[in-house]
Every structure is written in structure tokens, then in C-alpha cells.
Write a protein that binds this ligand. Sequence first.
Ligand SMILES: NC(=O)c1ccc[n+]([C@@H]2O[C@H](COP(=O)([O-])OP(=O)(O)OC[C@H]3O[C@@H](n4cnc5c(N)ncnc54)[C@H](OP(=O)(O)O)[C@@H]3O)[C@@H](O)[C@H]2O)c1
Length: 373
Amino acid sequence: MRGIAVLGSTGSIGRSTLDVLRRQRDHFRLVALAAGQNEAMLAEQIAEWRPAYAGLAGGNGSATVPTGAQVLIDAATHPDVDIVVNAVVGAAGLDATLAALRAGKRVALANKESLVMAGDLVARAAREGGGEVVPVDSEHSAVLQCIAGQQESLCRLVLTASGGPFREWAGERVRNATVEEALAHPTWQMGRKVTVDSATLANKALEIIEAHHLFGLSYDALDAVVHPQSIVHAFVEFCDGSIIAQLGFPSMELPILYALTYPARLPDSGVRRFDPVAASPLTFEPVRRDVFRAFHAGVEAGRAGGTAPAAFNAANEEAVAAFLDGRIPFGRITDIIESVLSSHVGTDPVDTDSVRDADRRAREHARRLVSTS
Ligand SMILES: NC(=O)c1ccc[n+]([C@@H]2O[C@H](COP(=O)([O-])OP(=O)(O)OC[C@H]3O[C@@H](n4cnc5c(N)ncnc54)[C@H](OP(=O)(O)O)[C@@H]3O)[C@@H](O)[C@H]2O)c1
């Protein structure tokens, strides 16, 4: 019985994780739950699971559970926890990732922002504390499953992208897309922020940076291709030119379960059985880099290294929040990311203070741009 903490338990990945755990009660014990502000849903989860620890990181002092940012750290480092599922959205997830790794835990990482902001610090925390990161993102889970012990022969990765709801739209129409249109993702049901990231393709840049840190490949060996059906999750190319891909109908439950059991597998993952005929046809297209410029901006921030990816992440988070609040049009998200990155003065090597400083400066800059939009 391995002890599990779920951070972000009230979100899309958090709730899918609880669905997975409900089917695997013989293998895992839920020890800790942490959410942001959704006190009512957390109360339901506490009633069902009776965890040893639960709290609201974003709650106010009137809640009946512990509140404040320390909640994520306390849940992540609880002594009975072996695996921390970090399903918090955004930069708020970073400290818990670092704390869990320093405490020697496995982190089943959905919070890709942790690796994007501070990939080197995450690796150092794992080295020093004896923890490990296992990705939950379906593309990176696919890569992990394809590599299967042959990391030294790995040559190139191609991550797939659904292309989002605006895959075929003309550029000008995309710039003026509404919130409702941006949230209408064709293949995945996800939280609001990552759904907008998928519509701008900033999400695929975040994932390329994540892959760079997870699999140790240079940016020249990392690419993305649009695959509207979201059946093939990634292609892995080995040094002899052989390609292995991982396929399945879109569902986060398998990558979540695999991150808990890796490198073993358990039966009854709950996923729909694969049917090649029902899945066909499978098509692939290039990323339209002229329309989805956030993809290029993010990958270039990854290439620049240092604190540039943290600035990219922060600018994106602020711009997406402003778009979702109706304060800027869809097209401004990418403009803001580009403006913030073009004036970002980076530092290298990176430590926690420089990451926080880059995050703060990028957010301030992005907010100024939002207010003058
Ligand atoms: N959804 C997917 O299919 C999917 C796939 C791959 C990767 N991911 C990644 O997984 C992460 C979570 O995505 P999601 O779609 O599950 O997001 P979501 O549905 O928006 O859920 C986010 C979770 O984070 C919590 N939260 C928000 N702000 C917080 C804060 N300041 N402190 C602590 N907790 C906070 C929320 O709590 P409250 O709701 O209680 O406020 C909620 O539990 C993201 O990094 C995303 O990119 C998601």
C-alpha cells in the first residue's frame, strides 16, 4: 500500500486521480488532500476518503481545515506519503514539487509549470533528496513508456498537439476568439488555464521545455506535430532511426495510473480498449507557427535557458488570466508573451531567488501591458 497525496484535488487532474484511486484501493492509500479555494468540494472529498491531512492553500482563515500556501508543503512532505500527485495549476505548484523531492518522494507531475520555471532546481532537489519525477502529461508519459530502459539510444522526440479549437481558423479570426470558443477543446476535457494554453499552443511550448528537462535532449531534438485526433501521444526516435509511438484514446487516467505504478503496470486502468478502426484516420499537420506564435516564443525561451522559461510561464499565466476575465482579446495573450520575453534580462545559473524574481518581474510587466490593452 503506497501512501498518496493529491495536490489540486478539486481540479480536473485531481478528480481524475481520485477516480483512478477508487479503482485501485488494494494498492494505494490516500493520505493527504490539498486544494486551492473550493472548500465545498474538498469537504466532500474528505468525507469520502478520510485522509490523515487536508487543507486549502488558497482558502481564508474561516475554513474548517488548515489554510495558506504551507498546506501544499505539509501535504507533499507528510511522512506517510510515498507519491505526491502534483495537479496544482501554475507557478503555485513549484514549492511543493521541490519540497516533495527533497523529502525523497516520487512526484507524479501534472504541474508542468514546475519544470518549466525551474527544471534545473527540480533535478537538483531530486538528486539531493532522493526523490524522482514521473510525468503525468500524456505526451511525456508516452515518451517514458516508449523509452523503456533505452534512454542512452534516444535521438529525437516529436510530441503531438491536437491543434486546439482554432487549428483551421484564419489568423484574424483567431485573434478575436471569445472565451467560450477558446474553452471548447475538441479532444480533451481540462481545466480552464491549460485549455486556453492548448488554444494558443503555448501549452506545447511548455511541454517541449518539460521534455527537455525530463529526457535530457537539446531543443534541436524536440519537435511538435499537430495530430487532431489525439490518438498518438508522442513519437520517440532512436539513434538507428527506429520510431516507437504510444497510442490510445484521449484519457488522463492511464498516464496518472502509470505515474503511480511506473515502471510496473496494473490491470484495470479503466481506459477504453483501443480499436484501430474506430481511431482512424490518423492525420498529421505542421504547427502553423505564423498564427500560433506563442509556441515559437515559448520554445525560444526554453532555448535561451536561465530564467527566460520562468518569464515565459509567468507572462502566459497573467495574460491567460486576463483573457479569461474578459480584460484582453485572445490575440493579446501572445503579444504580451512576446513583449515580456523581448525585454526580459535573464540570469544564469538559476537559483530559487532568481526564478522568483524573474516570475515577479514578468508578471508586473504583463499586468502593465494588460492594463494598457
Ligand atoms: N487537465 C488535464 O487533462 C491536464 C493534462 C495534462 C497536464 N495538465 C496539467 O495539470 C495541472 C492541473 O491542470 P487541471 O486541468 O487539473 O487544472 P484545474 O482543473 O484548473 O485544477 C487546478 C487545481 O489547482 C488548484 N489551485 C489553483 N490555484 C492554486 C493555488 N494558488 N494553490 C493551491 N492550489 C491551487 C485548484 O484548486 P481550487 O479549484 O480548489 O481552487 C484545483 O484543484 C496543470 O499544470 C496542467 O497544465 C492537465
